[in-house]
Design a protein around this ligand. Structure first.
Ligand code: DX5
Ligand code: ZN
Length: 226
């Protein structure tokens, strides 16, 4: 069966001086989601943007036909709950956080969902999936990091493929509708391998925003996905 793949360009690699225009152009180029990397210089050694920027970009995240393109917020912050609530207010459609950044993972998931937003858990390259044993019934998305979080433009870590396979098995066994997203080092020449391991949603920052023609890259990614 053909999977319902999603491509989620990360605006971490966009031109920050023209963010609204960048979001518009990448959506015109075929982006399914907008991936929004939030870094706090505490959980990760870098600092990006907060809920005010998300709110400002929300009206730009629409197709030409006026359909909302989901804003996929990836929180690399600790603590989690206050900022997650602010992002829900700012128009985020999905909010994912790192379980090791929250003192009470189950509570953080519930807090996000209580605002009508989809909730996801993110796993760093050396982090096991154990917490899913207790949370899989609650979440809408699993995000596997294939680089160490904090920066765009890093190389894909191959052991992520084994973790994607594990996560895919857990999702299939649960019978629930859970997205399996992968983040870091995804390019046109490795996206097929990542999909073969079981992923259905692909974050790509530098691969898309680092090239002059966003549509050419996204088209090539879709072609590789088949
Ligand atoms: C890293 C971020 C990623 C990053 C991916 O902490 O979570 O979303 O933007 O960038 P690329 O695609 O350049 O590896
Ligand atoms: Zn990310």
């Amino acid at each position: 069966m053909k999977k319902n793949y999603r491509i989620a360009p990360s605006i971490l690699s966009a031109d920050f001086a023209r963010l609204g225009a960048e979001v518009k152009s990448v959506i015109e180029a075929g982006a399914d989601w907008i991936h929004f990397d939030v870094m706090d210089n505490h959980y990760v050694p870098n600092l990006t943007f907060g809920p005010m920027i998300c709110k400002a970009l929300k009206p730009h995240a629409q197709t030409g036909a006026g359909v909302d393109v989901p804003i996929d917020v990836h929180l690399m912050v600790s603590p989690v709950d206050t900022l997650a609530a602010s992002f829900a207010d700012a128009g985020a459609d999905l909010i994912s956080f790192h379980p090791d950044a929250s003192g009470h993972v189950h509570r953080s998931i519930q807090a996000i969902k209580s605002q009508g937003v989809k909730a996801g858990l993110v796993f760093n390259p050396a982090e096991p999936l154990d917490v899913l044993k207790w949370t899989l019934d609650e979440i809408d998305l699993i995000l596997i990091m294939s680089v160490n979080p904090g920066f765009g433009g890093q190389s894909f870590i191959d052991s992520a493929l084994r973790k994607i396979e594990q996560a895919r098995k857990l999702i299939d066994a649960s019978g629930r509708d859970i997205r399996l997203e992968v983040d870091g080092g995804i390019k046109t020449d490795n996206i097929r391998r990542v999909a073969d391991a079981g992923a259905d949603t692909f974050v790509a920052g530098s691969a898309i925003f680092g090239k002059p023609n966003y549509k050419a890259v996204i088209d090539q990614m879709r072609l590789a996905l088949g």
